[in-house]
Design a protein around this ligand. Structure first.
Ligand SMILES: [Zn+2]
Length: 230
């Protein structure tokens, strides 16, 4: 079987013009990365082309159904990688410039299996952050996603008495609304003998991660948010 010339990177709602036949008004296009003769990806985000599903099917010699299914699966994978990147940024960006001791405690607190391997926390944190930022900056299937501490928003998290998350809500910007939300949440938590935590995060999923994290991680999360909004 000949090696295909393209690999599908995902599905794009923003581009409605086919890069192959210039047909306009498409509901979505498929992001295709060129492959070299050995089947390796041959380029960066700039080399990706966007074809309608019918032209993509012709280019790959596949059915349109296979193109759509593959593109959806690739996009779901990208979305998962984005979510993971946001979680890594949420945990580690606040300690990026923290004292090494705190950075090491945060890192090894989450990676206890690596404690004896001689892995240096500072290097690992730098690596994780670089990868996460590159993931969110990748524009193959859409604009770059927020990735800075300045992009964090506050979330209120209510825990049950057995330390499970009951609910997560965005904290409103407006002070009166914010106080009302806090009071309502506290009443609800008191009823179930739960607790309320407010954390700063890139999205609700990352907020859950921070809310569950150890005290030191949460302390640095608060400091980072305060520094960004001083
Ligand atoms: Zn086309």
């Amino acid at each position: 079987m000949p090696i295909p010339k393209w690999t599908i990177k995902g599905i794009v709602d923003d581009y409605d013009t086919c890069g192959c036949c210039a047909r306009r008004g498409l509901k979505r296009t498929v992001a295709l990365m060129p492959l070299d003769a050995d089947g390796n990806e041959d380029g960066t985000a700039e080399d990706v082309v966007y074809y309608g599903t019918s032209c993509a099917a012709t280019a790959l010699n596949w059915t349109q159904g296979k193109v759509t299914d593959t593109a959806r699966a690739a996009q779901a994978e990208r979305d998962q990688r984005d979510a993971y990147a946001r979680r890594m940024i949420n945990i580690y960006a606040p300690v990026e410039f923290a004292p090494v001791r705190d950075k090491a405690r945060v890192y090894y607190g989450r990676n206890q299996h690596r404690l004896d391997t001689g892995v240096k926390a500072t290097e690992e944190v730098a690596k994780l952050l670089a990868e996460a930022r590159a993931t969110l900056a990748d524009t193959t299937t859409g604009p770059a996603r927020p990735s800075r501490i300045e992009d964090f928003r506050r979330y209120l998290v209510i825990f049950t008495s057995d330390e499970r998350i009951l609910l997560v809500r965005r904290v409103p910007e407006e002070e009166a609304e914010r106080q009302e939300q806090a009071a309502t949440a506290q009443r609800r938590a008191d009823q179930i003998r739960g607790t309320v935590r407010v954390v700063a995060a890139l999205d609700a999923e990352a907020a859950r991660d921070v809310a569950y994290a150890d005290e030191l991680t949460r302390e640095w999360n608060t400091k980072a948010w305060q520094a960004a909004h001083a």
